[in-house]
Design a protein around this ligand. Structure first.
Ligand code: ADP
Ligand code: ZN
Length: 435
């Protein structure tokens, strides 16, 4: 059982998806070549002409774009339409460096909001729902995307923005929010605050949450689901493509369907750029098929994941991507070992700790050091007087088994790690400061 926003598109046969993608790609390459000088130069350098692209089988001939290109072309170099036809600007969160600025025509916004409407209906959203938007409003795409989706579905939006958790909770309870949209770390924080105020999971009217914009683990999903008494769904996107809703989870909760009528997804080897077969793990690359104002072709997301086209019980035929396992640029290399923060989070939650943690990496005498500060719950805190050192050792050991490197673990008092209302800051890499 599933609800669709655009059933004919969301369930179209795979051959039709390829056909639609091919037709749109040919047109889009022409649009980009004629209007985006920056990309025209890249194509010319590679010796590719628009006529060489006859369908998706020719996609591999096109040059890649990276975040560096977007920085080079900042602010107007990637524009595919005159500014007077653009109606909106958004910008990345700047998690990993200088912000990227993206532009939208009205049609771009409509396509984006339709994608978010699909996401909302996939989790059971209808015009009867009250959608609490606790993503930050503003330059960040999170709030605009889900609000646009809720408008299309006809739901009632509570545009809370992020922060002011007291008021967030008051409105959630008083106005009976049924769907919560925010980052998973903020959802965990709201859940924690509700508990502190004495609310039980069944006291709220929430039925589902749509959480994205940052990596989160299955363990964290279970925690949030239990704490809020809801089903928690993942949503993925990036400003460069539009924002949230590039892909979304359905009732199966086993990966996110990519809106393939608007985006072509490829997985490549991040080292060589070689396109990998379905099922391989690698860097996700997107080509926008409908974007007018900011029409990126073969954009390297640096997000690492796996694509799968196995039949889904929800009836959607769009390919599914796994939760990104972290970005290739989030990956820490510690004493030569590749470490993703999400791996550490998995261990923490398995061992019964909170997902409130921070990883501090440093270099002492040419040797990398890693410390993991982990917050205790109030119950753990009062239980463990005298036993903290043993707990720290045992957790350090569990992390060592997972990663192969020995961290120093510091268990810290409840509430001592700063909470995030947007994307969580998980890593403090002091080594970079020395560069
Ligand atoms: P920034 O790159 O500055 O964070 P954005 O705000 O546009 O810019 O964020 C897009 C990035 O956020 C994605 O490339 C991805 O790394 C991350 N992201 C978005 N949604 C998810 C999700 N559901 N799971 C994991 N990571 C996500
Ligand atoms: Zn599905």
């Amino acid at each position: 059982m599933s609800n669709y926003y655009q059933i004919d598109k969301e369930t179209m046969p795979v051959e039709d998806i390829r056909k639609v993608q091919s037709e749109k790609l040919v047109k889009q390459v022409k649009h980009v070549y004629e209007n985006v000088e920056y990309y025209r130069d890249l194509m010319d350098k590679k010796g590719v002409k628009p006529e060489d692209i006859k369908g998706i089988e020719d996609l591999h001939k096109l040059p890649f774009l990276t975040k560096l290109d977007l920085r080079d072309a900042y602010p107007y170099g990637m524009l595919g339409k005159p500014l007077k036809e653009c109606v909106r600007i958004h910008s990345t969160s700047g998690t990993t460096g200088r912000r990227v600025v993206a532009f939208y025509t009205q049609r771009d916004l409509d396509v984006w909001y339709e994608c978010c409407a699909r996401a909302l209906m996939a989790v059971g959203g209808t015009s009867e729902d009250v959608v609490q938007v606790a993503y930050g409003y503003g330059l960040f795409t999170g709030a605009s995307g889900v609000q646009g989706g809720a408008d299309k579905v006809g739901a009632l939006t509570l545009p809370m923005s992020s922060g002011n958790t007291e008021r967030q909770i008051q409105f959630m309870m008083d106005l009976g929010a049924t769907i919560l949209c925010c980052t998973p770390s903020y959802a965990a924080y709201i859940s924690e605050s509700l508990k502190e105020q004495g609310y039980k999971p069944e006291d709220n009217k929430l039925k589902a949450g749509i959480f994205g914009a940052e990596p989160w683990t299955q363990e964290m999903r279970r925690d949030i689901e239990k704490g809020l008494g809801i089903k928690a769904y993942d949503i993925y996107g990036l400003t460069e493509m539009m924002g949230p809703g590039v892909s979304f989870e359905c009732s199966e909760q086993t990966g996110m369907h990519i809106n393939e009528d608007h985006f072509i997804a490829e997985i490549i080897d991040p080292e060589t750029g070689e396109v990998l077969p379905e099922g391989a793990k690698g860097e996700l690359v997107f080509t926008c098929l409908d974007k007018e104002a900011f029409p990126l072709l073969r954009y390297r997301t640096r997000d690492i994941c796996i694509l799968s086209r196995e039949k889904c019980s929800c009836g959607r035929t769009f390919v599914k991507m796994t939760k990104p396992m972290g970005r290739s640029d989030d990956m820490l290399i510690i004493r030569g070992v590749n470490v993703f923060p999400s791996q550490i989070e998995t261990v923490l939650l398995k061992e019964g700790y909170t997902p409130n943690y921070q990883i501090v990496v440093d270099r002492v005498n040419n040797n990398d050091t890693i410390e993991v500060n982990v917050e205790l719950t109030p119950e753990q805190f009062s239980d463990t007087v005298g036993g903290i050192t043993d707990m720290e050792k045992s957790l350090a050991n569990a992390i060592k088994v997972m990663l192969g490197i020995n961290p120093k673990v510091n268990l810290v008092a409840p509430r001592s790690i700063v909470r995030s209302e947007g994307k969580a800051v998980r890593v403090i890499d002091k080594r970079k400061l020395l560069d």
